[in-house]
Design a protein around this ligand. Structure first.
Ligand SMILES: Cc1cc2nc3c(=O)[nH]c(=O)nc-3n(C[C@H](O)[C@H](O)[C@H](O)COP(=O)(O)OP(=O)(O)OC[C@H]3O[C@@H](n4cnc5c(N)ncnc54)[C@H](O)[C@@H]3O)c2cc1C
Length: 262
């Protein structure tokens, strides 16, 4: 794959529920966990998605239906052609002893990170947070992984609560040396806050989402105010050190017009 758009045939579709599906494409690429591709449906739009797996002959993205494009993508079937470009951005750095913290669809890139950690024989623990059991993709696979702890807000699967709530107890059990998180921004803020309660603080790698247009660093749509960091180039995974000086963290993001809501 390259930064130029090419069309690829969908090999397989895995339906986790009607609004949450994984799509495998017949394509081999070199990509870090956390990097993303732009998917294009002609006549609809082009939107960014993290890789949820990279296999010998296939790549995979996992999509949650939240709006016009992602709802349309739920109709894509094996044999259909989809435009893809990428991979883009900087991903996670796999580290021995890493603790992964995911919220909802944010667990998708962590699945590829977990795959890479296993391939490199690095130990890890993974806290998988979802609102409800319906939001969990790859349920059978994740329930059988000894590294995973599943937490749901309504208690419909795993332990009841939020992913960040269990970090303190995990740390008491076995000190956390590095955190990798992906999910809603409020969750990233909480993970960062937790990491900063220690001295020295626990290093973090946080994966951010912003409305994206060009994905190659030209348009400025996904810049983080206070630093000018571009989520599509310097991100989407940023370290705690890189985030120093960001003034818009946890505030409403720029929309399609480029304006920030008041
Ligand atoms: C680096 C990155 C990786 C992502 N990985 C995944 C993934 O693995 N799986 C997944 O389901 N989703 C992922 N997303 C989010 C996905 O791009 C949006 O859900 C999608 O663009 C929504 O489009 P829509 O037309 O369906 O909904 P819209 O009506 O456009 O938006 C619905 C919501 O999604 C937000 N959004 C819309 N477009 C974008 C955009 N281009 N970039 C960021 N946020 C947007 C909007 O602010 C709104 O809150 C990722 C986003 C980024 C930036």
């Amino acid at each position: 794959m390259s930064e130029y758009m090419q069309t690829y045939q969908v090999k397989r579709v895995l339906s986790h529920n009607p609004g949450l599906k994984s799509f495998r494409f017949d394509r081999v690429i070199e990509a870090e966990p956390g990097q993303f591709v732009l998917a294009w449906l002609p006549g609809v739009d082009e939107k960014p998605f993290a890789l949820s797996g990279v296999f010998e002959h296939e790549i995979e993205i996992t999509i949650k239906a939240v709006g016009p494009f992602t709802n349309q993508f739920m109709n894509v079937q094996a044999g259909d052609w989809v435009g893809l470009r990428g991979p883009f951005g900087n991903g996670f750095q796999p580290i021995e002893g890493m603790v992964l913290v995911g919220g909802g669809i944010g667990n998708a890139p962590l699945r590829y990170l977990a795959q890479r950690l296993r391939e490199e024989r690095l130990a890890f623990r993974w806290v998988i947070g979802v609102k409800t059991a319906e939001d969990l993709a790859f349920r059978d696979e994740l329930e059988s992984m000894p590294e995973c702890m599943i937490i749901s807000e309504d208690g419909s699967i795993g332990k009841k609560g939020r992913a960040v709530d269990v970090l303190a107890a995990m740390h008491d059990n076995e000190p956390i040396i590095v955190l990798a998180a992906s999910g809603p921004e409020a969750m990233l803020l909480s993970v960062h806050g937790f990491a900063n309660t220690f001295s020295p603080d626990i290093p973090v790698q946080l994966s951010f989402e912003r409305y994206m247009k060009c994905a190659v660093g030209l348009c400025g749509q996904c810049c983080l105010d206070g630093t000018g960091l571009r989520i599509c180039v310097e991100g989407p995974v940023l370290s705690g050190h890189q985030l120093q000086g960001v003034t818009e963290w946890g505030r409403p993001h720029r929309g399609p017009s480029g304006r920030r809501p008041k």
